[in-house]
Design a protein around this ligand. Structure first.
Ligand SMILES: [Zn+2]
Length: 300
């Protein structure tokens, strides 16, 4: 009699416990596990690498009241909420640094191949692909291949322009990147006007007192009057490279002092053999004067 009541009133079930929390009851454990497996752990979708359930999933055998409804779907939803999906994407790298993300390996390979052809040799940089895992689908979904391509291309182009600029501003291994003064070219290197030998420097006319900046890093080896140069500053940049700044009205540096590229070292004047305020600029390599317009005021 008692057994009969038990059979009518109670049915076997499993209590589902997730991370210590009772979620409710299911009737068929095998069926439930199959659903978890198919719908959560082996979920199919774009770029899904794997899914993990972050909490411990446990089952407890129980007899439940026949009237007591099981809530399988609700439990599945809760388990899904406690799961993390990890996606794969492909990072385009420049010198080992992740720069852009795309969703497919094929897209990444095509892009990298194209960029390598254009830039790898010129820039001597390494362009590659790294497979990356991310829990945030936005990491790869936001970048379409076109955007990634444009961004990578821009970054490489910037690097290339920067490299060219440095190369063009490098004199015998020394970087001379700061234009010394703003003004108008009044006499070019090699001009023979009223001189027996050619003009050994470049004259840039500018108002009296205009700031003169160091062309590059170096040490002051001359800071004072020097014959026809008037007040002369000479900066030694190392590697046999020196720059001369003649006819200054004022000098703000002292012999032996080190200066940085772009530092204000003097002011434009008309001291020495000069007919009006201008900077006489010379660049010398091991004592030989070269045309400053190879480096500054190129198109003037
Ligand atoms: Zn001159």
């Amino acid at each position: 009699m008692i057994i009969a009541i038990l059979i009518i009133k109670y049915k076997p079930a499993y209590k589902v416990i997730l991370g210590g929390e009772d979620l409710g009851y299911i009737e068929n454990k095998k069926e439930f596990e199959k659903i978890i497996d198919e719908n959560i752990l082996n979920k199919q979708g774009e770029n899904i690498a794997f899914v993990t359930i972050n909490k411990d999933l446990q089952y407890e055998f129980a007899f439940i009241d026949d009237e007591n409804e099981t809530n399988e779907q609700e439990i599945i939803n809760k388990v899904e909420l406690a799961s993390t999906t990890t996606y794969t994407s492909y990072a385009i790298t420049i010198n080992g640094e992740n720069k852009e993300y795309v969703s497919s390996k094929e897209e990444a390979e095509n892009l990298v191949e194209e960029m390598k052809k254009q830039y790898e040799e010129k820039l001597q940089c390494e362009i590659g692909i790294v497979k990356v895992y991310t829990e945030n689908p936005e990491d790869w979904k936001t970048d379409t291949i076109e955007i990634a391509k444009t961004n990578i291309n821009n970054q490489l182009e910037d690097k290339l322009q920067e490299k060219i600029k440095i190369e063009e501003s490098t004199v015998n291994g020394v970087l001379l990147a700061s234009q010394p003064v703003t003004g108008i070219i009044s006499s070019r290197y090699g001009d023979r006007e009223s001189r027996s030998s050619g003009h050994g420097g470049l004259d840039i006319a500018a108002p009296l007192g205009t700031k003169i900046y160091a062309c590059g890093d170096g040490t002051i080896v001359q800071a004072g009057p020097y014959g026809g140069y008037g007040n002369l500053v000479i900066i030694d940049h190392g590697n046999g490279v020196q720059t001369y700044y003649g006819h200054c009205s004022k000098i703000y540096v002292k012999k032996g002092q080190t200066v940085k590229s772009g530092e204000n070292i003097a002011a434009v004047g008309s001291t020495g053999d000069s007919t009006g305020p201008h900077l006489h600029l010379e660049i010398r390599i091991n004592g030989t004067r070269i045309n400053p317009q190879k480096y500054f005021y190129k198109n003037k």
